[in-house]
Design a protein around this ligand. Structure first.
Ligand SMILES: *Cc1c(COP(=O)(O)O)cnc(C)c1O
Length: 454
């Protein structure tokens, strides 16, 4: 038994002062988002009716590789960053692998996940542009929590539409958002036209991300000085998350290593992008051969079983059409515990990168993810978020391959959050009542039809 443990940090001076915009360096740029009515590419003016102008500009910026992090955001980053880069000696020993495993621990942010990295700049830009109110949807509650706190920091009123079933099943998530001063409404609600319409048709509707997005978008469009903010999928969110990989690059340098494999779990793509893009830059510009693996749930396999096409970002078809890997916007993922990974599509940048063979994807079953999470918890003393367990499972698979081939590869993965608010899920796993949800080819074919027949 080894008690060797090692973590790497950056000083304030060493902290990155800019985010990395991979769009500028991509040989094949993402195809444009399209307005479903006119069929024309969406421009900054249209986007900035919904989100802050600065975020809209970042979304469509294909020319600047580096974008300054505003000073107030740097200040807040310094409050909890750099996050530790950890050499996972415990996990290596448990697996008996010659691989060197490192993880970036984003669970140490005040709200417990990487989501704050983008909530802070989004709230800051809104404030700077004279916005007073901000609104969003939340499923599992991580994004709503991060935006509630970021709104408090920059003095904005925050309204969160939380999917009704999660509002009722995860009351503590709601309490956390309320503790930060946010107004939390279970969706569908009677406070919007969209919510009323749904409740008139289905009085017992338990809500979905689709309904919650529709309500938040409607509130933003009909309330003066109110903007909408997204926690994943969009390219500006991935941009903000590159702080993870930029720090990791410097920290790996301190450790005297460079990753052969980089792994992240995948919902809409923001934490995977964040850890990957700064390293992928060296693949694109200098021909380095690092592999990048996105780990998605078997029950929502858009990267491994979906199709690259134009599709809506939400269930109701309110968003622009996005060129992405998708299972169809009407696809309803099973109610797995990794709520943050239950999304039918993938961000436009990651979709293009996967299409071009710059990254790979694997799907992980729910039981496999919790097997991995428990092994990690015992080895490293951290309860991982159910989402992060998918990255750990993919990491373990790679490390076991190294054991068999006796290769001393360097593997880096992102621990996107802790699971201390998800103990009900761990309880089910430990009592043996947790199950897998795989999707049949028929179900996928049927969901994909919603794209073709549009
Ligand atoms: C939201 C969330 C995810 C998934 O979102 P991405 O945008 O794909 O990163 C993963 N892990 C945690 C802890 C989350 O809260």
């Amino acid at each position: 038994m080894s008690v060797k443990r090692k973590r790497y940090f950056l000083t304030e001076e060493e902290m990155p002062k800019q985010w990395y915009n991979i769009q500028a360096d991509m040989v094949n740029k993402p195809q444009p988002m399209l307005d479903p009515k006119s069929g024309k590419p969406v421009d900054v003016d249209t986007l900035s009716r919904l989100i802050s102008r600065e975020a809209a500009e970042q979304e469509l910026n294909m020319t600047d590789s580096w974008i300054d992090i505003p000073e107030p955001v740097q200040e807040m980053y310094n409050y909890y960053r750099s996050t530790p880069l950890v050499r996972a000696y415990g996990l290596e020993e448990a697996l008996g692998t010659p691989a060197h495993i490192y993880f970036k621990n984003e669970s140490v942010s005040p709200v417990g996940s990487h989501k704050l990295n983008s909530a802070l700049p989004q709230a800051y830009y809104c404030k700077r542009e004279g916005t007073t109110n901000i609104t969003t949807e939340t499923g599992a509650g991580q994004w709503g929590t991060a935006l509630s706190y970021a709104s408090k920091v920059f003095g904005l009123e925050c309204a969160v539409y939380q999917v009704k079933i999660s509002y009722n099943q995860k009351p503590y998530r709601r309490s956390v958002m309320q503790a930060f001063g946010a107004q939390v409404t279970p969706s569908p609600s009677m406070s919007t036209r969209a919510g009323k319409d749904i409740l008139t048709l289905y009085p017992n509707h338990q809500g979905s991300l689709g309904t919650a997005i529709s309500e938040a978008v409607e509130l933003a469009m009909t309330t003066p000085n109110c903007k909408y903010a997204l926690g994943s999928v969009m390219s500006h969110v991935s941009l903000h998350q590159t702080i993870i990989g930029l720090e990791a690059e410097k920290q790996m340098e301190k450790a005297g290593e460079y990753p052969d494999v980089v792994i992240g779990c995948f919902g809409g793509g923001s934490n995977f992008s964040g850890i990957s893009f700064p390293f992928m830059r060296h693949n694109i510009l200098e021909g380095k051969k690092t592999r990048f693996i996105a780990a998605e749930p078997e029950s929502c396999p858009k990267l491994t079983h979906g199709r690259f096409c134009y599709d809506f970002g939400d269930e109701s078809g309110y968003t622009p059409l996005m060129p992405m890997f998708s299972l169809g916007h009407t696809f309803r993922p099973a109610n797995i515990h990794a709520g943050g990974l239950r999304y039918h599509g993938a961000g436009v940048i990651v979709s293009q990168l996967l299409k071009d063979g710059l990254m790979e994807a694997v799907d992980i079953s729910q039981l496999q993810s919790f097997d991995a999470g428990l092994l990690f918890a015992k080895a490293e003393g951290i309860i991982p978020a159910p989402e992060s367990c998918h990255a750990i499972a993919a990491t373990i698979a790679e490390a076991v391959k190294c054991r068999e081939s006796r290769e001393q590869k360097v593997i880096l993965f992102n621990l996107s959050g802790h699971g201390l608010m998800d103990m009900a899920a761990y309880d089910q796993y430990l009592s043996g009542s947790l199950t897998n949800y795989s999707v049949s080819d028929e179900e996928i074919t049927k969901a994909l039809e919603s794209i073709e027949t549009r």
